[in-house]
Design a protein around this ligand. Structure first.
Ligand SMILES: NC(=O)c1ccc[n+]([C@@H]2O[C@H](COP(=O)([O-])OP(=O)(O)OC[C@H]3O[C@@H](n4cnc5c(N)ncnc54)[C@H](O)[C@@H]3O)[C@@H](O)[C@H]2O)c1
Length: 250
């Protein structure tokens, strides 16, 4: 039985992960961490500094401000981590990579299998559709804090990889009055209502458009991916792992 600490347990994703794990017999939540105190059938601590329990893995759907305490606790107690929170800056990303030298860290801005397939398909399309303008449009609910979504950046990074890292990301054409450059990936964020998460990659050529898209219909797809990632990390050596390794292990 895999023992899990659920970070951000009282949030939207935390609640979905808690419900999912309650109905499984291969893992259990030993405690949660959340600055908001809600009633659950496991103890909840306001921060990792106060944590008494030990577990095999931390699943984190919280906020970037949790990261320092979480990594300090995880490296000290040699606990594996599934980091699903988005919006980390460069310095925070470096601290995640450093933690990966001491403990197994699974890090993905998007835990759904479908989005990871969208990235692979988009990379193939970019390699074939030479000279097409690439635009990424992401849509999320009106409570989302970060923009663009971590997934949009993940898609852009995947595309850039196959395009020799020569592409620049354009987030805001509003304050410019100039034509789009050829070596540009436009990234656009829409925020509204309860949209769970939509991503579309447009390849716009002369008189034709190829569009590849993914639509998340519930938060459960991310929760299932995170729990699968937690199970995948069991007995793994220290390192940084992603959906790529998880998919290849199947
Ligand atoms: N990787 C993925 O597949 C994926 C999918 C969905 C959401 N996310 C990301 O997961 C994160 C959480 O999303 P959500 O919609 O559940 O958000 P949410 O705001 O509903 O929940 C976040 C929870 O974290 C808690 N929290 C925030 N700061 C804290 C701190 N410093 N210490 C302790 N607890 C703290 C909040 O009280 C809240 O309960 C976001 O970054 C979101 O972008 C990732």
């Amino acid at each position: 039985m895999l023992k899990v600490i659920l970070s951000g347990c009282c949030g939207r994703m935390g609640n979905v992960v808690a419900d999912l794990i309650a109905n499984r017999d291969d893992c259990e939540i030993v405690c949660g961490v959340d600055k908001v105190c809600a009633s659950k059938d496991f103890p909840i601590y306001p921060s990792f500094d106060d944590l008494e329990e030990k577990a095999d893995v931390i699943i984190d759907f919280s906020h970037i401000s949790t990261l320092p305490g979480l990594l300090k606790y995880a490296t000290k107690t040699k606990t594996a981590v599934v980091l699903a929170t988005t919006g980390f800056n460069e310095e925070q990303t470096e601290s995640i990579k450093a933690a990966g030298k001491e403990i197994p860290v699974f890090f993905s801005f998007n835990m759904s299998l479908g989005v990871n397939l969208l990235i692979e398909l988009s990379k193939k399309a970019a390699a074939v559709l030479n000279g097409f303008d690439i635009e990424i449009i992401e849509k999320h609910h009106n409570q989302k804090l970060d923009a663009p979504s971590g997934t949009a950046v993940m898609i852009a990074n995947g595309l850039n990889e196959v395009l020799d890292n020569k592409m620049k990301y354009e987030y805001d054409r509003h304050c410019k009055r100039e034509k789009r450059a050829e070596n540009e990936i436009g990234i656009h964020s829409v925020r509204g209502g309860t949209i769970v998460g939509e991503h579309e990659v447009l390849f716009c050529g002369r008189d034709e458009i190829v569009s590849i898209s993914h639509s998340a219909r519930s938060r459960e797809i991310f929760a299932v991916g995170a729990v699968n990632a937690a199970l995948f990390l069991k007995d793994k050596k220290p390192g940084l792992y992603s959906m790529k390794e998880l998919v290849e292990s199947k």
